[in-house]
Design a protein around this ligand. Structure first.
Ligand code: MLT
Length: 392
């Protein structure tokens, strides 16, 4: 007799995409200690937290150090002050979202990975290319996955078609990795399809703050979405919380499948497996919504947008096809000279000491494409642009 392990893990690639990239870059750096590597692989922010966010975190830590203001376990779904601030944020977008439907967490990645806990044996539909967390978490739990191919022909924005049945659909807009964003009309078609087929949309809005045009920043801007969609969002990219960790998931009370409220299951799951986000972090997230916090967050986003424009300019100059950049911190480009995406990864690392993310890591349809992030500093982005101009 022996313990049985979860053999679904055998179907995963050996390591998580960004861990594999980290490993390859470390090896390269060890072999080339003199190389001044510009990191544009994982989408990690570089701008510091807004000062009012830092102040709120410090003040909250001070409260925890005094007997009269000390707090223990946080409420498992988030403090009311933060759930209400998120609800007010939705109201500003024109969406009525009761605080009771909002569940605060330690980030969108965890929620994307954990949501499988409350879903039964459904068909899972994922865009290809896709953020690996949706795919890997469903592989781990042995779900049947159908991929929705995307490419230049549909601008990397797959739409429902005759191959789509009742199931769970993960959509990310603006998309990771492609940076492509769905228009209101396109999202309305998804919502209509989901309602007609009895499907659920899991909508990842982690990059909503980067939208510059009239693409919806929330799926709930589309009428009917409350009856068919969960939305997951994050403070990571909007407020610089990649290290601080805070996000939230919205599970509207209208989501009822087989007579069961999905919100009740998610509440039960979170209460059982999660002890909430620390008080200082939730105060910090609340401060990000203050007028001063929002102004600072959008200044940082504008900063990253300038980086994206710099990167886009060199791609334009070289006549290289790409998506993203406009509504997204990511630029998703076609590898030049027919190179494969890992081949281009090695080429760029070796010839320009630039790290990006090979498209194939996001799925088969990502082969031949490559992702660069605009989350670096202006100085390093300018340096990367100079090097790209030479090697592309
Ligand atoms: C990415 O690079 O795709 C993201 O930073 C990963 C994440 O948000 O987990």
């Amino acid at each position: 007799m022996t313990i049985k392990v979860n053999d679904n893990f055998a179907a995963l690639s050996k390591s998580y995409l960004f861990s594999e990239i980290g490993r390859r870059v470390r090896e390269y750096q060890e072999a080339h200690p003199e190389a001044n590597i510009v990191r544009m692989g994982i989408g990690d922010v570089t701008r510091p937290l807004p000062q009012c966010v830092v102040n709120a975190m410090k003040a909250a830590a001070d409260e925890l150090g005094k007997a009269e203001t000390f707090r223990g376990y946080p409420p498992e779904y988030g403090y009311d002050f933060l759930r209400e601030a998120i609800s007010a944020h939705y109201a500003e977008m024109g969406v009525e979202m009761p605080a009771d439907d909002i569940f605060v967490s330690d980030g969108a990645k965890s929620d994307c990975g954990n949501f499988v806990d409350v879903l039964g044996d459904n068909d899972i539909y994922l865009p290809d290319p896709v953020y690996p967390v949706y795919r890997d978490s469903n592989v781990m739990s042995g779900r049947r996955i159908t991929l929705l191919p995307s490419g230049r022909d549909n601008d990397f924005l797959p739409m429902p078609d005759e191959n789509c049945g009742t199931g769970v659909y993960y959509l990310c807009s603006p998309g990771n990795p492609t940076g492509a964003a769905y228009s209101a009309q396109q999202l309305a078609r998804w919502v209509e399809f989901a309602k007609k087929s009895g499907s659920l949309i899991i909508f990842d809005a982690a990059y909503e703050a980067f939208i510059t045009d009239d693409c919806p920043r929330s799926v709930y801007l589309v009428p009917g979405a409350r009856e068919c969609a969960v939305e997951i969002c994050s403070f990571s990219k909007t407020a610089g919380f990649t290290g601080t960790r805070c996000g939230y998931t919205v599970v509207p009370s209208e989501l009822v499948f087989d007579g069961v409220h999905l919100r009740d299951l998610w509440a039960r799951r979170q209460a059982t497996k999660f002890n909430g986000v620390s008080y200082p972090v939730q105060r910090a997230a609340q401060a990000a919504y203050s007028p001063e916090g929002m102004a600072a967050c959008y200044e940082n986003i504008a900063y990253y947008r300038e980086n994206a424009a710099m990167l886009a300019s060199v791609l334009d100059e070289k006549g290289i096809y790409y998506t993203g950049g406009k509504n997204s911190p990511y630029l998703w480009l076609q590898c030049p000279n027919g190179m494969g995406s890992w081949e281009f990864f090695d080429y760029l690392l070796d010839k320009a000491n630039i790290v990006g993310t090979p498209g194939e890591g996001f799925g088969k349809c990502g082969e031949g494409f490559f992702r660069l992030t605009s989350f670096s500093t202006h100085e390093l982005t300018a340096e990367a642009v100079r090097r790209l101009r030479e090697v592309l």
